[in-house]
Ligand binder design. Structure first.
Ligand code: ATP
Length: 249
């Protein structure tokens, strides 16, 4: 899948790999027109983070994993960029949590939905995982949202108590929070509306955040929700890391 020309020893290899995955996904019709812009915004913030997982991001990833692990009905939401960049990791996380993945995209067209669903089915078969993939037959709507982007499954996103929505836009994040759900966001921009509105925000690059969670799923014996977890303090710590990087230069 990742047959790119760049050498893994290249200092920007991880970034080049992600760009390549987006190019492949674009060719397959999985991405919205604005996908590259959203990715570029993420890359800019990742530069400020030094393209590494900070201590506060690790803390947020562990809290996120614990919330999902102890949920009654966890769901992982997947949009075009998430499918392009991290399908395998999302499928592995869903397998660990025994929960469904639901494809839920902002600019919904039947063609894009089909392209994303068939890519996830392919990867699921390659990995040999038993994961339920939803999104093909939405029968409910997220209250407070208008148009096709509100569509969801009643036995998926609608019924979930804890939901992971990586790279989510602010409106949908707000609508999910207003439904009383615990909303976990992965977003490199600590100032985005999603990052601020979510219950737990991991300010880290998507694939690194998922790697942290997958590693913890194997190594941490008892995943505990920290009752004193301070969402705003963790967000501020992420922002401070970026400001420190500017001062160091
Ligand atoms: P909001 O509506 O929440 O204020 P926005 O309008 O920036 O945010 P989008 O453009 O829908 O929302 O979301 C893209 C977000 O995802 C951006 O904040 C960007 O920083 C982040 N992002 C993009 N690529 C990645 C990635 N690979 N890992 C983590 N975050 C990413």
């Amino acid at each position: 899948m990742d047959d790119i020309a760049a050498d893994p020893s290249h200092p920007r290899y991880a970034s080049l790999l992600m760009r390549h995955r987006l190019e492949v996904a674009a060719e397959r019709g999985m991405l919205a027109g604005s996908a590259m812009i959203a990715h570029g915004r993420g890359e800019a913030f990742d530069y400020l983070l030094g393209e590494r997982t900070t201590e506060s991001a690790r803390l947020a990833s562990l809290q996120a994993l614990a919330c999902l692990h102890h949920a009654t009905r966890p769901v992982l939401s997947v949009n075009g960029n998430v499918a392009a960049l991290a399908s395998d990791a999302m499928l592995r996380l869903a397998a660990f949590l025994s929960c469904p993945l639901e494809v839920n995209i902002f600019y919904r067209t039947p063609e894009r939905m089909e392209a994303i669903l068939s890519f996830l089915d392919e990867r699921k078969a390659v990995l040999g995982l038993d994961v339920e993939i939803l999104g093909h037959a939405p029968d409910a709507t997220i209250p407070g949202l208008k148009g096709p982007r509100a569509a969801c499954h009643s036995d998926g996103i609608l019924a979930s108590d804890v939901i992971l929505v990586p790279l989510e836009d602010g409106d949908r994040c707000e609508a999910l929070v207003n439904m009383g759900k615990t909303v976990v966001v992965i977003d490199l921009n600590p100032l985005s509306r999603s990052a601020k509105l979510a219950s737990v925000t991991i300010v880290d690059e998507l694939s690194r955040a998922l790697d942290t969670m997958l590693e913890a799923s194997e190594t941490v014996k008892r995943l505990r929700i920290d009752p004193s977890y301070d969402h705003h303090a963790v967000l501020n710590a992420a922002l401070q890391e970026m400001l420190n990087a500017l001062e160091e230069d």
